[in-house]
Write a protein that binds this ligand. Structure first.
Ligand SMILES: [Fe+2]
Length: 384
């Protein structure tokens, strides 16, 4: 029997209108805080102003760093950490999608130390400012786990890292905030949830706890991913996708991700305009085919969970029907395209394959089927 240890200390506040509680939650940690967010969406939707008002009404001094880009760079993180030190803030709030949330964790670490954040890929961090996450997309899972992803702007490397001190203290998941996501973001982040569940459920590090999270997340996602995309005002679908995202985030905190994430990070690291979920979408089908024999039983369980009719299908045929189903989902989400359609140059595939091993080796090790650099290159070529 497999041995394992699991730990997740994040206090989760879920519900419509939960943002209103941000002041009383934040005040437990500090009355001088830094909000970390992106350049556009939280301003456009008014969520940033709303949060600042709520915090100020609780007597909190607020500084805003709104320089986080999609696929955030180590430079942005170091810049925000410098501001956190100058202002002597006692709490970092990440507001937005995966990029600001991941950045908030890295900033919390860098603000406590005296080395550039990139150094923490090699030097374990033991201390960080307290972190609160307020998530605006249903996809990242970052709201409830320790992981952070950052890009080196000079090289395009995009590794993930996560230490125990990087767990958010508390997470606010308010589906009303996610309702402002435009359709493309709903599709791409929603497919990220699908891949988190899929990779946590099939990876070598899976266990009964991560699988339990995955099963409930799949149950919520199967009826609501396409619904949230095609009916943006459907709050039941938005709420269920927010829950699926959090459950999947807890699952990957236990069991990690595998080959799709290992390949996708260098794709969007080298092409920062590619959304993480859109990158995963183009790599999913080939990766699923490659892994089928290594985890056929898992595919069959997921196919059953999706409600795909077994009829007289053999195990192989039934497992394959999950890949067909995934293709249908991608088509319905308008994400069923090729790597070249996303603007990736063919002569970059070798570099991407190399970086998958260099920066995401832990995810490759977690892949159900063994794969080498040549194998990864082949998957990238087949997805091109
Ligand atoms: Fe992801």
């Amino acid at each position: 029997m497999k041995s394992f240890t699991i730990y997740n200390p994040v206090k989760i506040h879920f519900g419509n209108g939960m943002l209103a509680q941000a002041g009383s939650i934040a005040k437990k940690y500090s009355d001088n805080i830094l909000i970390v967010t992106g350049k556009n969406s939280m301003q456009k939707t008014g969520t940033l102003d709303k949060l600042v008002k709520i915090l100020k009404e609780s007597g909190i001094t607020v500084t805003v760093y709104d320089g986080i880009t999609p696929n955030p760079t180590a430079t942005e993180i170091d810049e925000a950490a410098k501001i956190a030190k100058q202002k002597k803030v006692g709490l970092i709030i990440g507001l937005g999608g995966g990029s600001p949330l991941d950045s908030a964790k890295a900033i919390a670490v860098a603000a406590k130390g005296d080395i550039p954040v990139w150094e923490y890929l090699k030097t374990p961090a033991n201390d960080a400012l307290p972190i609160i996450t307020i998530v605006s997309t249903s996809g990242t899972g970052s709201e409830v786990n320790r992981y952070s992803v950052m890009t080196n702007p000079a090289t395009g490397e995009k590794p993930g890292f996560g230490y125990e001190c990087m767990y958010p203290k508390e997470a606010i998941i308010d589906p009303e905030i996610t309702s402002s996501m435009p359709p493309y973001v709903t599709a791409a982040t929603g497919f990220d949830v699908f891949v988190h569940i899929f990779e946590a459920f099939t990876g070598k590090a899976k266990n009964e706890f991560s699988s339990a999270y995955c099963m409930q997340a799949f149950y919520l996602l199967k009826d609501n991913l396409i619904k949230a995309y095609s009916e943006p005002d459907n709050m039941q679908a938005r709420g269920d996708m927010a829950l699926a995202s959090a459950l999947a985030g807890l699952a990957i905190d236990i069991s990690g991700v595998s080959i799709m994430h290992a390949m996708e990070h260098p794709v969007s690291g080298n092409y920062p305009n590619i959304a993480h979920g859109a990158g995963l979408a183009v790599l999913a089908l080939e990766s699923m085919k490659y892994n089928l024999n290594a985890c056929k039983r898992d595919y069959i369980l997921i196919a059953h969970h999706f409600g795909i009719k077994r009829a007289d299908k053999s195990d192989d045929e039934y497992a394959m029907s999950l890949i067909e189903k995934t293709k249908e989902i991608l088509t319905a989400l308008n994400l069923n395209v090729r790597l070249k359609d996303l603007g990736v140059e063919k002569d970059k595939l070798q570099k991407i394959a190399k970086e998958a091993f260099a920066t995401m080796g832990f995810a490759i090790d977690n892949n159900p089927a063994v794969i080498d650099e040549k194998g990864v290159l082949k998957l990238l070529e087949n997805s091109y």
